[in-house]
Design a protein around this ligand. Structure first.
Ligand code: BGC
Length: 751
């Protein structure tokens, strides 16, 4: 009896928690009642104040100005970004909650993108881990560290699907695949926000940039995106949906226009899609000045017009520019916007502040030291760097290295504490970074170090001879190069994505010594390697690996650990192939190796049609250098016996697809088994393959394991041209394998 009552009580609690989100506007809902009560007391000026995201470190340098303090006292600021002096944080919050008319607390925000003090691999690197648990744990560490400085809101995760490696912000992205991005997006939100929003170490997440920022034409940052409605639904929105379903409290509008409408003024996007379809119930923040950037976009005629458009679109909080502050009153008088709209915008923000527990507990938790650079944080950062590193090539198993071998460590990034942290690491202290050279030294490895080039863009050949001499005296060369941190990230797109400076030249000279070469790359994007791939024996991509990149690289090179990463983006042979992604459409004339004739093999005087007419480049072909999902370890695996429990899928059943995987190498190792599906015929054409699942397995040498995936109707749904979400009857192919280009194939029918 008691048991039953207890169960009933639990059910009621669960339902009422769910209801809290659903019944916004209902006075029976405690949070909603508080929001309404507060709103009723607020003046228009205070309401407008809540819509302001103000302040940068530069604005408060040299002490908080009286003017700034007064605006908080008057309730004219809703949140601050980049106030990194904890005394200022405490002082501003003290004024807000003691001296402002309605004592509404502030939120302090910061770009805590891949760690606060302890820096984890860049997000594209973390995506290569394909490990939601690692992403969640690293985000939790970031939140614990950052909240000790009073930061309770991060502008992350960035969930822009990125299919063009020229785009500098690909470094911050989860890569090209919506399924993987969704899995990781959820993990980021759970990690940043923690178990409860009102925990003092919880940092509210901000899914960004909504929407299509990664689809910038030509990979040029801030550029126009043209995305048809089905692509938007099937590719660009799913990672955001996953973040909202996980409870992300905020979302940031993107700088770009999509199909002619800048995101900060896109009413259909911010209302029909965001609120109605995706059921987002937090608040929207603009990107930096993106409201007033609608003027150069040619969408608003002046600042006042920009404010009118954004308010009408439902954009809640304006970052840095002040069009709301300057013009809302006038717009209200003119009837261009209504007080009800302002109330709604403010209510969305207050609701989040209540959920964060800021009214009861506004102050920075001084008991939370943040455990900055704690041993456990550093261990996690090292683990993440190993999980993120992708072994692209390993000829004749040159890796792992023999500890006895004499190693020449050469290259501009072998000992660059700041550079290996990567983009968006304002708070990471380089004195805590452990570089590869520092690690080799500490481990008393058998090595000599000479940079050869002093930074990644260096073109001076002055040190080449010394580097060559060092190589000659060694058994193997480990060249650690790539891109300095500044070469990727916001507004850092590149048209040519080869190794910059004279790195290729130096690698070729080192190769001419006849020594084996292991290339370790630190970079914010895939780097085209076509010019040097035959000169090097192994390639280990570590992205920008973060604080513990050195120890991670050391362990991987010497085989203490195998690299575990798999590519979250397709790796091109040349930038001319971009944009490039595995889940493309087939076209009416898909390329095949039989029909492909390379430019150098075309007979002189060949007839126009004699080469076959398929979709490819004469010089770069149609395949990437390395496919999405690719990554080697230190052992080999064989896949066999793909079996489907049934070849008929209905609404009532599921298919279990099982494959046998054997570790055929002499070392124990881990494999990331990937499942891809193709909907063969659709009412709109469907991608050649789509990732639908993955599982990491550990196998001892010689061990055999079966890996199974369940396929259900839900996994096959997509938005058709009427934007109906569903699955269409017909044939499907599936592949299970080690990357998007290989795998055992099966098929089934959905009836
Ligand atoms: C970036 C955002 C970032 C914001 C605040 C902008 O330039 O696009 O991603 O969160 O600045 O720093």
């Amino acid at each position: 009896m008691y048991k039953k009552l207890y169960l009933l009580l639990i059910i009621i609690v669960i339902i009422s928690c769910k209801e809290e989100k659903k019944t916004l506007g209902n006075d029976n809902n405690p949070t909603e009642a508080k929001v309404n009560e507060l709103l009723a007391k607020m003046t228009l000026d205070e309401k407008i104040g809540q819509l302001n995201l103000r302040g940068t470190s530069s604005r408060v340098k040299g002490g908080l100005s009286d003017e700034l303090k007064q605006s908080v006292r008057d309730g004219k600021v809703g949140a601050f970004l980049n106030v990194m002096n904890t005394e200022y944080v405490d002082e501003l919050q003290r004024i807000a909650v003691n001296e402002s008319p309605n004592k509404v607390p502030l939120i302090f925000a910061r770009d805590v993108i891949h760690g606060f003090k302890t820096i984890f691999p860049i997000p594209l690197g973390l995506a290569a881990s394909w490990n939601a648990e690692t992403v969640k744990e690293s985000s939790r560490v970031a939140a614990v560290e950052a909240s000790s400085s009073g930061i309770r809101w991060t502008f992350a995760p960035m969930l822009d699907i990125a299919r063009d490696s020229r785009w500098g912000r690909i470094a911050e992205s989860p890569g090209e695949d919506p399924y993987l991005a969704g899995v990781l997006g959820k993990a980021y939100v759970e990690g940043f926000q923690g178990d409860s929003l009102n925990d003092p170490t919880s940092m509210i997440a901000c899914a960004k940039h909504f929407i299509g920022y990664g689809a910038a034409i030509g990979g040029r940052d801030y550029n126009t995106a043209i995305i048809n409605k089905e692509l938007l639904q099937n590719v660009y929105l799913p990672p955001f949906k996953a973040a909202f379903d996980a409870g992300s409290q905020t979302v940031m509008t993107s700088f770009n226009e999509t199909n002619g409408i800048p995101a900060s003024g896109d009413k259909k996007l911010l209302q029909d899609i965001l609120r109605e379809q995706l059921k987002f119930d937090g608040f929207v923040v603009s990107d930096w000045n993106s409201v007033i950037e609608m003027i150069p976009h040619g969408f608003a005629k002046d600042e006042k017009h920009a404010a009118e458009i954004s308010v009408n679109a439902g954009m809640n909080m304006e970052m840095t520019s002040a069009s709301y502050e300057n013009h809302i009153k006038e717009l209200l008088k003119e009837g261009k916007i209504s007080e009800q709209q302002i109330n709604n915008l403010v209510a969305d923000i207050l609701r989040v502040k209540f959920r964060m527990g800021l009214f009861e507990n506004p102050n920075r938790d001084t008991n939370n030291s943040g455990d900055l650079y704690a041993k456990s944080h550093l261990e996690l950062a090292k683990k993440a760097a190993i999980e993120s590193s992708v072994l692209l090539k390993n000829k004749e198993n040159i890796l792992p290295l023999n500890k006895e071998a004499k190693v020449a460590v050469i290259g501009p990034l072998a000992d660059k504490p700041r550079e290996q942290l990567g983009t968006w690491t304002f708070d990471g202290d380089k004195t805590h970074t452990v570089t590869p050279v520092a690690t080799f030294t500490k481990a008393k490895a058998n090595f000599n170090f000479i940079e050869g080039l002093s930074y990644s863009r260096d073109v001076s050949e002055n040190e080449f001879q010394k580097a060559i001499n060092t190589a000659k005296k060694s058994d193997v060369v480990v060249f650690i190069g790539g891109e300095e941190a500044i070469l990727s990230g916001e507004a850092h797109s590149r048209a040519n994505i080869n190794l910059p400076g004279a790195q290729e030249k130096l690698i070729k000279k080192l190769a001419a010594t006849g020594k084996k070469i292991v290339l370790v790359i630190m970079a914010g994007r895939p780097i085209t390697l076509t010019n040097i791939i035959d000169d090097v024996d192994a390639v280990l991509m570590t992205w920008h690996p973060g604080t513990m990149g050195g120890p991670a690289i050391y362990d991987m090179l010497y085989g203490e650990q195998e690299p575990l990463g798999r590519l979250p983006v397709t790796w091109p042979k040349t930038a001319g192939q971009l944009p490039l992604f595995y889940n493309h459409k087939n076209t009416g004339r898909p390329a095949t190796s039989e029909e492909f004739v390379h430019i150098d093999s075309i007979p002189i005087g060949a007839w126009q049609s004699s080469l076959g007419n398929t979709s490819h480049y004469l010089d770069a072909g149609f395949t990437p250098h390395f496919p999405f999902g690719h990554g080697l370890g230190y052992t080999t695996f064989e896949y066999s016996d793909l079996k489907l429990s049934t070849q008929k899928l209905t609404d009532a059943n599921t298919i279990e697809a099982t494959v046998t995987v054997k570790n055929t190498g002499s070392k124990d190792g881990s494999e990331l088994v990937q499942l891809y599906v193709q909907d063969v015929v659709g009412s709109i054409t469907r991608p050649v393959k789509e990732l639908k699942g993955f599982e990491r397995i550990l196998l001892k040498s010689g061990e055999v394991k079966n890996v199974s995936f369940k396929i259900q109707v839900e996994d096959l749904k997509y938005f058709n041209s009427d934007l109906k979400y569903g699955v269409e009857k017909g044939d499907f192919n599936i592949w299970i394998g080690k990357n998007s280009a290989e795998g055992l194939k099966g098929s089934f029918v959905y009836e």
